[in-house]
Design a protein around this ligand. Structure first.
Ligand code: FAD
Length: 371
């Protein structure tokens, strides 16, 4: 590798997978620096009011639990079967890991990695260290170096566009700062923002399902409220029901959202087979015009709020100077996982990345649990 010592690993993002990758590096005896632009578990914090579908035992790893218990054997940890909210999981597990003796000195919280490239020639391509342009907590930029980069920056920070074909609808780019994306805390922090309002909700995944259930519950207290739920999919039930879904809460949510859509009660209209052409904001807190086509026919709504629950995508601008298959640059976690990614898939990604980067295909620090 580039320097004479052990390979230096840079982990981008201190979400659950970034922290797991850092634990794995430490367990291999490798120096690691974790860069986090916000707070530890920042994306989980944004939807932290919601409960995870997966129990704590699926979300925590043997390395993580060992690191926490080694430090304080009597530590109070959630039970394996506990279904925690995002916030609870972050506090009970992620924050404690970041503050543990194992990781504390590796953490660079409040430091954003802006770009990653390779140092100039002089050595074979894959032996040239990576150069990371980092913006530190004081706003000043600096260059750090690493031999291996593990990009665990997730996708929640870059929501998909609402327009037909996955591109911005007309007016959407200007409307974006005034619209909401992802999982809003409709019955909590954001209650006042939505109470008694007309809302267009776009999307047909579990985030949209949780949102429509919350809007329907809020409408019971505030009868003036009205929600228009727009999805691209066919008529009938918007959420798929997995046969014998092992995640009972996920299935319960799908059933509840489907019932709301098909009954269309709770001050709700469901419009399947609808694509969006236009999202125009009339000004801060002045409402929106949302227009498109439903079953080929033009449709339009004037509403006070817009919520996009259409998923999110990887932002690759950070590595724009590198080849797609750059040796030594690994993309892990939700950013590599696609829709339906679960945290326990991340364990396997981490194990495989370290087997590859250490050149030891048999390396498996999880034993039987994750193999
Ligand atoms: C609403 C919702 C519910 C979910 N429920 C479950 C569930 O029940 N069970 C389950 O297993 N999975 C669930 N998931 C899926 C998945 O587990 C989570 O998305 C998880 O947060 C992914 O972890 P990650 O570490 O890959 O990325 P993230 O948690 O997204 O972490 C990425 C981190 O990188 C940081 N970052 C981004 N860019 C930079 C940069 N340039 N420099 C430095 N830092 C940066 C971010 O601030 C963030 O902290 C859910 C996802 C969502 C959105």
């Amino acid at each position: 590798m580039a320097n004479a010592g052990p390979v230096r690993i840079a982990v981008l993002g201190a979400g659950p997978v970034g922290l797991e990758a850092a634990l794995y590096a430490r367990a291999c005896g490798l120096p690691v620096a974790v860069y986090e632009r916000g707070q530890v578990g920042d994306h989980l914090l944004r939807w932290g009011h919601a409960r995870l579908f997966t129990p704590f035992g699926w979300n925590a790893s043997p390395l993580g639990l060992r690191a926490l218990l080694r430090e304080r054997p009597a530590r109070d940890l959630p039970a394996e079967a506990d279904l925690l909210t995002g916030r609870q999981f972050r506090e009970a597990y992620l924050v404690r890991l970041a503050e543990s003796e194992t990781l504390l000195e590796s953490m660079h919280v409040g430091c954003e990695v802006l770009h990653v490239g390779r140092t100039a020639a002089g050595k074979p391509d894959d032996r040239r260290p990576f150069r990371l342009l980092v913006r530190g907590t004081n706003g000043a930029e600096r260059i750090d170096q690493a031999d291996i980069v593990l990009d665990c920056t997730g996708t929640y920070g870059t929501p998909n566009w609402l327009g037909d074909g996955g591109i911005p609808a007309v007016g959407e780019r200007a409307a974006r700062p005034h619209s909401a994306f992802g999982l809003e805390d409709i019955l909590g922090d954001r209650k006042d923002h939505y109470a008694g309002r007309s809302v267009v909700l776009i999307g047909d995944g579990y985030t949209a399902a949780a949102t429509i259930c919350a809007l329907a519950a809020l409408a019971e207290e505030h009868p003036a409220a009205w929600a228009f739920w727009l999805t691209r999919g066919p008529r009938g039930q918007p959420l798929p029901r997995l046969a014998n879904d092992p995640l009972k809460e996920r299935d319960r949510l799908a059933a509840k959202a489907n019932a709301l859509a098909t009954r269309c009660d709770g001050n709700l209209e469901f419009h399947p087979q609808t694509v969006i052409d236009e999202v125009v904001c009339h000004g801060p807190d002045k409402g929106f015009r949302v227009a498109g086509r439903s079953n080929g026919k033009p449709v339009a709504w004037e509403v006070e709020r817009v919520i996009g629950a259409v998923g999110s995508r990887p932002d690759d601008s950070i590595r724009s100077g590198l080849r797609k298959d750059e040796p030594g640059y690994y993309v892990l976690g939700a950013k590599a996982g696609g829709s339906g990614f679960l945290l326990r898939d991340g364990l396997d990604q981490v194990r495989k990345a370290f087997a590859a980067l250490t050149g030891n295909p048999r390396l498996d620090l999880y034993g039987n649990k994750a193999a």
